[in-house]
Design a protein around this ligand. Structure first.
Ligand code: SF4
Ligand code: SF4
Length: 434
C-alpha cells in the first residue's frame, strides 16, 4: 500500500473512532440520520396521506423516467440547444451555457455586479461549480434561507450534511443557545418557538432586502424552458419573487424533454423525501405586466430579471467519451440512494464528501478532485449491497460507479490493508479466508 493510501486509510479510521464517542459531531449526526432513514422506510407506507405508498408512486412512473433520462443522455446536444432557444426567445430569460466551472464562476460574478449580499437556497450545483468558493473569496455575504442551512450557518457547522435536511442534527437547546449568544434573544428550546422566531424576524428581512437571489432548479423543461423548483418552507417562493434578480445555476442534466417530465421529476423528489412538500413553482418568465395599454413591462411585483447559468463542465464530455460516470446525468437528485444506503446508515456523514453525504457525492468529488479525494470520503466503506441502484427511480447504476472507483483506487495502490491481504491470499492460495 502506498504512503498516500496509508494516510487516507488512517484518516477514515480516526473518523470511525470519533463516531464511537458519544458527543462527537459524527455520532450526533449519525443518531438522527438513522432515525431519518427509518422514517423514510415507514413513509413508503403512508397510506393515510395518499392512496398509494411512495414506492408504488415511484414504480408507476419508473419505466417512463428511465426511458426519458436515457433519451435525454442520447440526445443531450439537441435538448440543451432547444431549451436555451426556448428560454431566450419565449421566456425572456438571460441564458448562459458555461463550458467550464471557471466560466460559470466568471459569469456569476459579472451578473452579481456591485452587489455584496446574496440570498440563496439549496444550490448544490453552484457549490459543484465552485461558485460558493468564489463568492467567499470575493467577500460576498452569503445568506442561507432554508432553515436547516440557516442553522448550519449560525452554528458554523462545516461537516457534510444531508442536503435536504442540513440542520437535523442540532438539538433545540443548541439552537436557542446560539440565538441568545448571537442576537441576545431568549427563545424557548422548542421547534415551534424556534420557527416562530425566524418567521417573525428573518422573513421580514427577506421580503424587504433581497436584491439578488440564487437557486438551482429541480428540473428544466426543454419543451417550454420553464424552471421547476420544489420546496416546503416558502423561502424559495419569497427569494425568487421579492428579488430584483433571480440567478439560477443548474447543470445541463437538469433539463428534461417536456413540461410533464419536469413536473414528474418534481413530484418524485417531493414524494420520496418530503411527504408534505408545500410548493412547486414553474418559473417561465420574469415578473411582468401588460396592464398599461398592453405595453409589456418587466418587473412588477416579482423578479425583474431571471438569469440562467447552465453548466456543462464534465457533462457533455462524459457522454461523448462514454465515461463510466455518465450515468450521473440521469440523476434527478431525489436522494433515495442516500436513505437506503448501508454505508450511509452505518457511518452517517463519514461516508460523504464536501458536496454532501452518500455515494452520489463521492462520485461528484471524484469527478472534480480525483481518486484520492474519493478514497478520503470513505469509498471503501461501501458494502456493495446495491440498494442504491435498486431503489433509484431513474436507473442510475450508482453501485457500479462506486465499484469502478474502487477498481481505480486499487490500481493506484490506495486500497485499505485488509482488502490488500484478501487480494494477496486470493493470488497465493486461491482462497481469501486461508
Ligand atoms: S442516483 Fe440517487 S439521487 Fe440520483 S436519481 Fe438515483 S436515487 Fe435519486
Ligand atoms: S452499494 Fe455501496 S453505495 Fe450503494 S447502497 Fe450499498 S453501500 Fe451504499
Amino acid at each position: 500500500m502506498s504512503e498516500k493510501g496509508e494516510e487516507l486509510y488512517n484518516k477514515i479510521k480516526d473518523k470511525l473512532v470519533e463516531l464511537q464517542s458519544e458527543n462527537s459531531a459524527y455520532a450526533q449526526f449519525n443518531e438522527i440520520w438513522k432515525m431519518a432513514c427509518a422514517i423514510k422506510y415507514k413513509s413508503y407506507d403512508l397510506r393515510y396521506l395518499y392512496e398509494d405508498t411512495s414506492r408504488e408512486f415511484v414504480d408507476e412512473y419508473r419505466e417512463h423516467l428511465i426511458k426519458m433520462k436515457k433519451d435525454f443522455v442520447e440526445n443531450i446536444d439537441e435538448y440543451v440547444d432547444k431549451c436555451i432557444k426556448r428560454m431566450e426567445s419565449t421566456n425572456h430569460f438571460r441564458v448562459y451555457l458555461a463550458k467550464t466551472n471557471q466560466e460559470a464562476q466568471r459569469i456569476f460574478m459579472e451578473e452579481l455586479g456591485d452587489n455584496k449580499v446574496i440570498y440563496k437556497s439549496k444550490s448544490l450545483e453552484a457549490k459543484d461549480a465552485g461558485i460558493m468558493d468564489t463568492l467567499k473569496k470575493n467577500n460576498i455575504t452569503i445568506k442561507e434561507t432554508d432553515l436547516g442551512d440557516v442553522f448550519c450557518q449560525l452554528l458554523e457547522y462545516d461537516y457534510p450534511s444531508f442536503t435536504l435536511g442540513p440542520g437535523i442534527q442540532f438539538t433545540p437547546e443548541e439552537i436557542v443557545a446560539k440565538i441568545k449568544e448571537k442576537y441576545g434573544v431568549e427563545v424557548e428550546p422548542e421547534a415551534e418557538a424556534i420557527v416562530n422566531y425566524f418567521r417573525n424576524t428573518y422573513r421580514k428581512e427577506l421580503l424587504k432586502d433581497v436584491k439578488v437571489s440564487l437557486t438551482s432548479a429541480n428540473a428544466i423543461s426543454a419543451q417550454d424552458g420553464s424552471i421547476v423548483l420544489v420546496e416546503n418552507e416558502g423561502n424559495i417562493s419569497i427569494i425568487t419573487r421579492a428579488t430584483e434578480k433571480h440567478i439560477v445555476v443548474a447543470g445541463i442534466q437538469r433539463i428534461v424533454p417536456s413540461v410533464f417530465d419536469a413536473l414528474l421529476c418534481a413530484k418524485i423528489q417531493e414524494r420520496i423525501i418530503n411527504v408534505d412538500g408545500a410548493y412547486i413553482s414553474f418559473i417561465s418568465s420574469p415578473s411582468n405586466t401588460s396592464d398599461v395599454q398592453g405595453h409589456r413591462v418587466f418587473g412588477m411585483y416579482g423578479a425583474k430579471e431571471v438569469v440562467i447559468i447552465l453548466v456543462d463542465d464534465w457533462r457533455m464530455k462524459a457522454v461523448k467519451e462514454n465515461l463510466f460516470y455518465k450515468d450521473m446525468l440521469k440523476c434527478i437528485g431525489c436522494k433515495s440512494c442516500d436513505l437506503v444506503c448501508t454505508a450511509s446508515r452505518a457511518f452517517g456523514n463519514i461516508y460523504a464528501s464536501k458536496y454532501g453525504i452518500g455515494a452520489i457525492n463521492i462520485v461528484r468529488d471524484y469527478i472534480h478532485n480525483g481518486i484520492e479525494a474519493a478514497v478520503a470520503d470513505g469509498l471503501f466503506l461501501c458494502t456493495g449491497c446495491e440498494n442504491c441502484t435498486n431503489w433509484c427511480p431513474t436507473g442510475v447504476d450508482l453501485a457500479e460507479m462506486i465499484r469502478e472507483l474502487k477498481r481505480i483506487a486499487v490500481d493506484k495502490d490506495l486500497c485499505p490493508p485488509p482488502l490488500k491481504e484478501y487480494k494477496e491470499k486470493i493470488l497465493k492460495d486461491k482462497n481469501p479466508f486461508k
